[in-house]
Design a protein around this ligand. Structure first.
Ligand SMILES: [Zn+2]
Length: 71
């Protein structure tokens, strides 16, 4: 995790020999997590459904396109 990466970076800073391959792997891991976070923070897909028939309706719809129920 991030703590491990921090320790690795600290070890590099202090001159302690580190496995750079491991560091790169950790960097990739972080990038992956960041990408996943962006996905989660993305615009939520809102599915509105008609309360009467359950047909999917659009936010701008006033009436259900399927059964005509006023939304
Ligand atoms: Zn409907």
């Amino acid at each position: 995790g991030l703590r491990e990466l921090g320790e690795l970076l600290y070890a590099t800073h202090t001159g302690t020999p580190t496995d750079s391959e491991l560091l790169l792997e950790k960097m990739r891991e972080i990038d992956e997590l960041k990408a996943r976070l962006r996905e989660l923070e993305g615009e939520p897909i809102i599915h509105l459904i008609c309360p009467r028939c359950g047909h999917e309706v659009q936010p701008e719809d006033v009436y259900c396109r399927d059964c005509g129920e006023k939304l």
